[in-house]
Design a protein around this ligand. Sequence first.
Ligand SMILES: Cc1ncc(COP(=O)(O)O)c(C=O)c1O
Length: 341
Amino acid sequence: MRAGLGSFPRAQLAPLPTPLEDCPRLTEHLGGPRILIKRDDATLAGAGGNKVRKLEYLLGKAQADGADTVITFGAVQTNHGRQTSAACARLGLRCQLVLTELVPRSDDAYLRSGNMLLDNIFGAELHVCSGESETAETFQRLMAEAEKEARNVAVLPLGGSDAVGVLGYVNAAAELTGQLAERGTTASKIVTPCSSGGTVAGLVLGTALLGRDVPIHAACVSHTASETEQTVAKLLADAADMLGVHTPSLDRVRFDDSVLGAGYGIPDERVWRAIRLVGTTTGIPLDPVYSGKAAALLIDTVSGNGDGDPVVFLHTGGMPGLFGYAADAPAELAAAAKTTS
Ligand SMILES: Cc1ncc(COP(=O)(O)O)c(C=O)c1O
């Protein structure tokens, strides 16, 4: 390896390791292998989630580069934006979020509650744009303003996914492998949501570096399986190149868009059923955009499926986004209750 993880600047944002929790009631309900939930919703900064691990490296680099302002992107209810706002507040960086109306929802809860409310609490400047061209224009305007004011800007990619962000999950892979070893076991697979790709790329690279080629089942929540695979392949190659290691194969990753439904941010009844089932058997809250879709895939694939090595469900967070769906969540959950009791 040309560069070890320790040689990259890192901001300490999360109390690590996050817990790896046994879920006996969920396991029993599904009648398949033991389910362990890796609680990356418990990374704490800004109410937690998978972005905090990426931000440790992204903002570590931004600080090392002398940045005083951070600009990043996302949908209106972006979890990445919320965690970036909180991390910037903690580190004393100005945070500007360029948000695009990607999800066809215009109700008050979606536009103002959940992540949007928290972004405001953490002091981020919010710029909501109606489409791609307004997003691009807004970004150019913010960059021009920053230049005029002689501010030093760090631009973070959508979802915090670039080679530097991937390092957060290279690290997480080692952490998880250690926790499984402490329990004297290995995972038969890891199930995780996948969107901008950094989480899966980091898990693949991290486990490959440890010689543990655990299968990964990636629930594609924003793009088709083949588009998502291309995104992850590029991130994986970039991160491997940055570390000076061989790029591992993606053969053991199954990109699965069977839970994508009508698209990003649009949960169907399988997702609400999964949220309710996990909630009522574990007390762990999921969200309808990411972890709920991945849980629907978990339930589909492990139910009644033998009792081999445990399956790890990576809980990537996103619970604040649930409140953006307050307008229809009660009815959806009531309908789910009729079919999952
Ligand atoms: C809660 C949550 N889960 C999963 C993901 C997907 O992770 P990645 O973008 O690294 O694929 C995101 C990213 O937006 C997220 O906010």
